[in-house]
Design a protein around this ligand. Structure first.
Ligand SMILES: [Zn+2]
Length: 319
């Protein structure tokens, strides 16, 4: 596995070449030295500040991710707190509902006729397992709960027993975690010239302003899809969904594409149309496959620099 130092040097070198070629418009870096901009917040780190950069897992490790690229520690930690923690709790609850991951328990409350005790719920070979936790419940609470259960089974009124998961997550924060993972994977695959496009500004704005709930919906979920699924596709048809499709486990995220890109809002509107049940536009997405990155590949940067070099070469006189 490549070291952080090598990833820093490679990233800094290619960013400098893009910058010198004027591919970012105005100069963004000091004239000399190696600088690696964090793909998430764009802060440029010098080699002396390499300790500020972290090797980040995509998707998050709790979701089966693998180390893929360098981001700055403050972005990595903020994402863990504001977004990834919600994605982790959401997937625990989804797994419970789908009968997956039997070892993982979910905090829950068991309510028998209004007498509530706290405990955990999980999936076992015979079905749902409920487990009360003695030190979270007083003897009186347990006694009242058992009394209510007895009365239910003695058959009086209709028995009402409810299990309520008390692990909380915020759905939009969980969704942002997956969009962020898709964004980081798209950077690793295509490079600076893709990730730093203005069409991706709303993604970075959401990440930099974690309480803003500003990013429109870009992720679709399919709980039946295998969690180890990975893929990237430059979608060409249907044209109204032209985009970069990033597939990670249960999630499909559509990011602005490369050619004539749609804005995040336009893409979000198109997704809503497309995902509506019975929608005539509910067609298969087709386009060019982008290999799933295991480290930063900078494919689009290399392609652009190559094109530029060849452009210069062709201006030389033919002999
Ligand atoms: Zn950062």
């Amino acid at each position: 596995m490549a070291s952080s130092g090598r990833w820093f040097s490679e990233g800094a070198l290619i960013f400098r070449r893009m910058d010198l070629a004027g591919l970012f418009g105005a100069t963004q870096l000091p004239e000399d030295g190696e600088y690696y901009p964090c793909p998430s917040c764009k802060t440029a780190y010098s080699r002396d500040e390499i300790a500020e950069l972290t090797r980040e897992d995509v998707p998050p490790k709790s979701q089966g991710g693998k180390v893929m690229l360098l981001t700055c520690a403050s972005c990595n930690h903020a994402a863990g707190k504001y977004f990834d923690a919600h994605a982790a709790r959401r997937s625990v609850i989804h797994n419970l509902a789908m009968g997956r991951d039997p070892r993982r328990e979910v905090r829950a409350e068991f309510d028998a006729g209004g007498a509530v005790i706290r405990g955990y719920v999980s999936h076992g070979p015979q079905g749902v397992i409920m487990r009360g936790v003695p030190d979270q419940n007083s003897n009186e609470q347990v006694a009242a709960h058992v009394r209510e259960l007895d009365q239910m089974w003695d058959g009086g009124s209709d028995p009402v027993f409810t299990v309520k998961a008390t692990e909380k997550f915020v759905a939009w924060r969980a969704a942002v975690s997956w969009v962020r993972a898709a964004y980081l994977a798209s950077f690793a695959a295509l490079g600076w010239s893709y990730a730093f496009r203005p069409e991706l500004d709303p993604v970075r704005h959401q990440l930099m302003n974690p309480d803003s709930e500003s990013l429109p919906r870009l992720a679709l979920i399919d709980l039946n899809a295998p969690s180890e699924r990975r893929g990237m596709l430059l979608v060409k048809t249907p044209e109204e969904l032209r985009s970069l499709l990033v597939v990670i486990g249960h999630y499909s995220i559509l990011l602005p594409g490369v050619t004539d890109p749609l804005s995040c809002q336009e893409l979000s509107d198109a997704i809503s149309q497309w995902s509506r049940p019975g929608s005539p536009a509910n067609a298969t997405l087709k386009g060019d496959t982008v290999p799933w990155p295991t480290q930063p590949e900078y494919a689009m940067d290399e392609w652009l620099l190559d094109l530029l070099n060849r452009g210069e070469g062709s201006q030389e006189p033919d002999c």
